[in-house]
Write a protein that binds this ligand. Structure first.
Ligand SMILES: *[C@@H]1O[C@H](CO)[C@@H](O)[C@H](O)[C@H]1NC(C)=O
Ligand SMILES: *[C@@H]1O[C@H](CO)[C@@H](O)[C@H](O)[C@H]1NC(C)=O
Ligand SMILES: *[C@@H]1O[C@H](CO)[C@@H](O)[C@H](O)[C@H]1NC(C)=O
Ligand SMILES: *[C@@H]1O[C@H](CO)[C@@H](O)[C@H](O)[C@H]1NC(C)=O
Ligand SMILES: *[C@@H]1O[C@H](CO)[C@@H](O)[C@H](O)[C@H]1NC(C)=O
Ligand SMILES: *[C@@H]1O[C@H](CO)[C@@H](O)[C@H](O)[C@H]1NC(C)=O
Ligand SMILES: *[C@@H]1O[C@H](CO)[C@@H](O)[C@H](O)[C@H]1NC(C)=O
Ligand SMILES: *[C@@H]1O[C@H](CO)[C@@H](O)[C@H](O)[C@H]1NC(C)=O
Ligand SMILES: *[C@@H]1O[C@H](CO)[C@@H](O)[C@H](O)[C@H]1NC(C)=O
Ligand SMILES: *[C@@H]1O[C@H](CO)[C@@H](O)[C@H](O)[C@H]1NC(C)=O
Ligand SMILES: *[C@@H]1O[C@H](CO)[C@@H](O)[C@H](O)[C@H]1NC(C)=O
Ligand SMILES: *[C@@H]1O[C@H](CO)[C@@H](O)[C@H](O)[C@H]1NC(C)=O
Length: 644
């Protein structure tokens, strides 16, 4: 043992240093040759013509005219470096290292205008073309299908229009195809099913219509498919729900229908659903009789008592893309649905030590809860009657406008719903507060009639998406308190039988226990699925929730649908037939918001689109990869589409 332990590091080091030397030698060799190699002249003129039409110049790190494959195009400069934009990369190993070909081209978020010109087909060796977040117009031309070496094609957040050419199906090497948030229309060509290496397909936010081609079932490498916010119709191919590699499936805001395959599972699992029942409409928790008449929450932080004696309860459990927390006292609860698709280290809490002005208690604002989708706080077991709700906000992440930096242009815009009714649309904290790091309280009067209060902060796709970091957007809240406008006669003391810790779970806990569900459902004993400690609940409601879960059942645990599918169904994106009727579990199927405006008054250069939609969460992904997930774990913290 000791012998190998000693030897291992040094031998590893030997190999390492040997490799290092080899590497240095090789790269010197490569560089000296590269310096002599010349770029294919037809590519040089094509690139020049392209950049001229796009009114674009090379940055100082490489040369456009003389020798494009120079400087940052051939050394170790990061292709995606912000200073290296527009950027190219070349491969100079052709013809015995005498010829360079351009392999990557990026013109990213530079507000460039123009179309995709035919001259681009001269760049035959392109494996990556990335021109997201500009103001490019015109079609995605058929000749794009001649760039057969392409592995990554991303043109999202532009103003492209027209239909998708079937020639796109020739790009068999593609692993990423991202054309979201443009003005494309027409049907999806079946030829897309030929792109068998595709891992990500992002078509969201266009005006595609017609069905999802059945050929999509051939996209067996697909891990992420986003067709949300289009006008697709017809059946969802059932094959989509059995694709093994698929982790994210966004189908929201379309007119799709579909039944999910209902095969039964052979495995049994333990039922873990504590607290979830509290979040259902007609929830049973502390309802008969009600117990509470006020609550205060320190969103995203520890308990805090303010000078006026208000005790803000801690709300600092760790939450994920789709999770809920119910306090041990079942006094209030929190649910979050929203996936930071573009952020490297997603966090659902904003922490800083800023001294917020406009308040006696700046410490209340040093932590905040943030969500890229929907954040809901629920008051549970409340005595019915009129209440005053105070929501405490401060914008603590953005820089002041006075700094006159790009980062100061960040805008956070979200909507506030209470009891399902929109109270504020396009709420912008710093604008209302008159700047960043200033406290602002929004007060609402509502009536609680079913012992239940729901405060919902919803990101409807507006504001900046990527400032100060990629994938930063969505509602934020520092604290809230709810007080009765009447003299309560409830005890305010929790029932003594409750356990101590608050309970956090994954919203789609439902899908985890389908194995058990089937078994019981088959024998007509579905109600045994409910938390046995719960004695009062709405039987029909419970059965509906179970029914939704059952629709999601797959043959084996590994094939069980991931959360995206479950949530999509729960939110009404897909009509559930047969087994269930409408559940009102967490979300409200009947909700329609016809006045909501989806116009991205955001960052830069978007097609000015104005769309009505159900405020189902839209997650416009730009160009970064999702944070990796371990799909073998039943965390299901992936996706989302959220109702309302
Ligand atoms: C580069 O080209 C020049 C002239 O064509 C030649 O003399 C020189 O040896 C070449 N250098 C390398 C490293 O190939
Ligand atoms: C650009 O080209 C000129 C002339 O060919 C050369 O002197 C210069 O070093 C090149 N710049 C870079 C960044 O490679
Ligand atoms: C790559 O070349 C550019 C232009 O010559 C230079 O500014 C940069 O420092 C080089 N970077 C690396 C990592 O060698
Ligand atoms: C090799 O060089 C010749 C002459 O410059 C050129 O025509 C040909 O395209 C090059 N081949 C490759 C694979 O780059
Ligand atoms: C694209 O490829 C097709 C078939 O090889 C060819 O007929 C056509 O001319 C090419 N188009 C361009 C613009 O290169
Ligand atoms: C979107 O495309 C349609 C035609 O498909 C066109 O009439 C419309 O002007 C385009 N809208 C924008 C904002 O480009
Ligand atoms: C899947 O691909 C195979 C082979 O290319 C083809 O025969 C089949 O028709 C495709 N399936 C669908 C549903 O398009
Ligand atoms: C969606 O499709 C329906 C039916 O084809 C059509 O009536 C409607 O105008 C389309 N909506 C949009 C936004 O394209
Ligand atoms: C989806 O959004 C479009 C406009 O963006 C709207 O016209 C349509 O009604 C929405 N469809 C659904 C199913 O919500
Ligand atoms: C809310 O109700 C309280 C008590 O009835 C009243 O004093 C207050 O003005 C109301 N506030 C708003 C914003 O309507
Ligand atoms: C909140 O309820 C508790 C328990 O009934 C009570 O002691 C406390 O005074 C209430 N606080 C407010 C601000 O109404
Ligand atoms: C994923 O989880 C499984 C089981 O927990 C573990 O064995 C595996 O190493 C994990 N893979 C990664 C990439 O984290």
């Amino acid at each position: 043992m000791g012998w190998s332990v000693k030897l291992l590091p040094s031998s590893v080091f030997a190999i390492y240093s040997c490799c290092l030397h080899l590497f240095i030698l090789l790269s010197m060799f490569h560089l000296s040759n590269a310096q002599n190699a010349t770029t294919d002249p037809s590519e040089v003129s094509a690139l020049n013509s392209l950049f001229e039409q796009w009114d674009t110049k090379a940055v100082g790190l490489w040369n456009l005219s003389g020798e494009p494959c120079s400087g940052s195009a051939i050394n170790d400069t990061n292709f995606e470096d912000t200073a290296n934009n527009p950027s190219i990369k070349c491969d100079c190993t052709y013809n015995n290292s005498a010829t360079c070909h351009i392999t990557q081209l990026r013109v990213y978020a530079l507000d460039k205008k123009g179309e995709i010109p035919e001259v681009i087909t001269a760049l035959k060796y392109l494996t990556l073309l990335k021109i997201d977040q500009n103001y490019f117009t015109g079609p995605l031309p058929a000749f794009i299908g001649n760039l057969t070496a392409l592995q990554s094609l991303s043109i999202a957040h532009n103003a492209f229009s027209g239909t998708i050419p079937k020639e796109l199906g020739n790009l068999k090497e593609l692993t990423l195809l991202s054309i979201g948030i443009n003005n494309f229309s027409g049907t999806l060509p079946p030829e897309l099913g030929q792109l068998v290496n595709l891992e990500e397909l992002r078509f969201q936010g266009n005006s595609f219509e017609g069905p999802i081609p059945s050929s999509f079932s051939n996209l067996t490498s697909l891990t992420s498919l986003d067709l949300s916010f289009n006008n697709l119709t017809g059946q969802v191919p059932t094959a989509l729900f059995t694709m093994r590699s698929l982790q994210y499936l966004f189908l929201g805001n379309n007119s799709l229908i579909g039944t999910l395959p209902n095969q039964k599972s052979s495995t049994l699992q333990t039922i873990v659903l504590p607290g979830l029942n509290c979040l259902q409409r007609n929830f049973p928790c502390n309802r008969n009789p009600p117990r509470y008449a006020n609550f205060s929450i320190k969103c995203g932080g520890p308990m805090m008592t303010t000078a006026d004696g208000t005790v803000y309860e801690a709300e600092n459990s760790s939450i994920s893309a789709a999770s809920f927390t119910v306090t041990s006292t079942e006094k209030w609860a929190l649910s979050n649905t929203g996936l930071y698709a573009e952020r490297k280290n997603p966090s659902y809490v904003e922490n800083n030590l800023k001294q917020v002005t406009g308040t006696n208690t700046p410490e209340l604002y040093q932590t905040s809860r943030i969500s890229p989708g929907s954040l809901r706080y629920y008051g549970l077991g409340l005595q019915n009657g009129p209440y005053t709700i105070n929501l405490l906000f401060a914008e603590t992440r953005f820089l002041a406008r006075s700094s006159q930096t790009w980062k100061s242009l960040a805008r956070r815009v979200f909507d506030i719903y209470i009891q399902g009714n929109r109270q504020l649309k396009d709420f912008d904290i710093s604008m209302e507060a008159g700047g960043v790091d200033r406290a602002i309280t929004k007060t609402f009067n509502v009536t609680v009639s079913e012992n239940h209060l729901e405060i919902h902060l919803f990101w409807a796709g507006k504001g900046t998406c990527c400032n100060p970091v990629q994938g930063y957007y969505g509602p934020i809240i520092s604290a809230l308190n709810v007080v009765p406008d009447f003299t309560p006669n409830v005890s305010g003391i929790p029932s003594s039988t409750r356990k101590e810790k608050s309970r956090t779970g994954v919203i789609v806990g439902v899908s985890i226990f389908v194995g058990v569900a089937w078994k019981l459902h088959e024998s007509g004993r579905s109600l045994e699925l409910m938390d046995p400690s719960v004695t009062e609940f709405d039987e029909n409601e419970a059965l509906r929730v179970v029914g939704v879960a059952l629709l999601c059942t797959q043959g084996s645990p590994a094939m069980r649908p991931t959360m995206s599918r479950v949530v999509a169904m729960l939110t009404g994106d897909i009509e559930v037939s047969a087994v269930t009727s409408k559940p009102s579990y967490l979300t409200d199927w009947d909700f329609k918001d016809i006045t909501g405006n989806f116009s991205k008054a955001s960052t830069s250069s978007e097609a000015s689109k104005s769309k009505n939609h159900n405020p189902i969460d839209l997650i416009p992904r730009g160009d970064q990869m999702h944070s990796p997930l371990n799909m073998t774990e039943p965390r299901l913290s992936d996706l989302i589409g959220d109702g309302r």
